[in-house]
Design a protein around this ligand. Structure first.
Ligand SMILES: [Fe+2]
Length: 197
């Protein structure tokens, strides 16, 4: 099985939250729900989508790190035999298909960076990768939010990079892609989103 069941995934996140307490676990829960709702609306496997969303940031279990969480999540899930989650740990942060264009600097060593660089260059994304990439921008620790709000929030925290606009356009492309697959705006699928405006 290349993916844990829902109960095991929930336990993993709880344990990770004890190891490294922070808002990231609440964010992960909203990302999981966004994945589940959108997957259900467009005929994807909503259970799998939920689990992938729930564990996309599981690399943060090791403590406060930046982009290193993608690598540590990949390693952790690979050791567990959860290859599908391992993949999501890496792909969710690289919308532009380039390891040099993450949210922030890679805080691992050079071998680890080369591994990520190579993986991201060669991976062919599927709809689950795309869904978690999108959902990551739809969930805060307090609920669902529109992408515009999340992107501005990230820019305020990490600053503006030369490729930030390129990335924003990619998020809107992803939203349009899933809007079309669902036959409605994905915002309509997320309860309480208007309370977070
Ligand atoms: Fe995330």
């Amino acid at each position: 099985m290349s993916l844990p069941g829902r109960a095991v995934a929930e336990q993993e996140l709880e344990e990770a939250g004890r190891l490294n307490p922070g808002k990231w676990t609440a964010h992960s829960r909203y990302v999981a729900k966004a994945c589940e709702y959108i997957a259900a609306a467009c005929g994807m496997d909503s259970e799998k989508a939920y689990i992938l969303g729930l564990l996309h940031d599981i690399g943060r279990r090791i403590g406060v790190v930046n982009m290193y969480h993608v690598y540590s999540g990949y390693r952790y899930c690979t050791q567990k035999g959860w290859d599908e989650v391992a993949r999501i740990c890496l792909t969710h942060s690289y919308l532009l298909g380039d390891a040099a264009k993450g949210v922030s600097d890679f805080d691992g060593n050079i071998e680890e960076y080369r591994f990520v660089e190579d993986y991201i260059r060669n991976v062919v994304l599927d709809d689950y990768d795309r869904l978690v990439q999108l959902a990551d921008a739809l969930g805060t620790a307090d609920g669902f939010c529109i992408i515009e709000k999340r992107l501005v929030d990230v820019a305020l925290r990490y600053g503006f990079m030369p490729y930030t606009l390129e990335k924003w356009r990619k998020f809107f492309e992803l939203k349009e892609y899933f809007d079309q697959k669902c036959g409605c705006s994905v915002y309509k699928l997320l309860p309480g989103i208007e309370e977070n405006l």
